[in-house]
Design a protein around this ligand. Sequence first.
Ligand code: DX5
Ligand code: ZN
Length: 222
Amino acid sequence: MNSSIKISPSILSSDFSKLGEEVKALEKAGADYIHVDVMDGHFVPNLTIGPEVIKKIRPFSKKVFDVHLMISPVDQYIEKFAQAGSDIITFHPEATKSTEGTIKLIKTFNKKVGISLKPKSEINLVRDYLDQIDLVLIMSVEPGFGGQKFMPEVLPKLKELKKIIDKEKYNVDIEIDGGINFKNSKAAKEAGANILVSGSTVFNENGGDLKKILICFVKTNK
Ligand code: DX5
Ligand code: ZN
């Protein structure tokens, strides 16, 4: 895989009746991370999986479990997601009373910390924490569902974030998540993203030939 761009396929668009096999197939096809979208029907109007499911799929892959918590309040579940086998735990600042507190809580379990910004959430929500976290997830759709249309209006925010990270030399990845396909992934990368999340494109294009799809993503981003 091209080292500068990492692909983190979202299992939200996979076949939930065989999640373990799907995770194994993604690893075999060359995924860098496995993106796990957790939704509680409260922070977002959809309900997906919880820590028990993550525990069950953990043995199917050694790849990084890139867990995106679209849940609130979030603090009371951090321990369970950490113990279930998450490697990166990403939360929304709107889902906690204290961003700093949630960062510290995730770190007590030796997990990497991500903060996710919804399309209308501003950079000031992460600006003061860039020296303490590992990843910023820029959402290019409203959180809640796969298969939505990419929102290019988030790219200026991504560019501004990248400028800050480069200027201050923070060691923070920028992940873009939502409606990413072969066409817009180039613009996302040029704006400064180094991790691409994709669900519906990975699972629905090319008749589901995962390997071909992941390689296409990387090729378009060489
Ligand atoms: C949306 C999720 C995204 C989404 C990506 O709330 O956070 O990860 O599932 O799926 P696609 O690529 O289908 O937009
Ligand atoms: Zn996600």
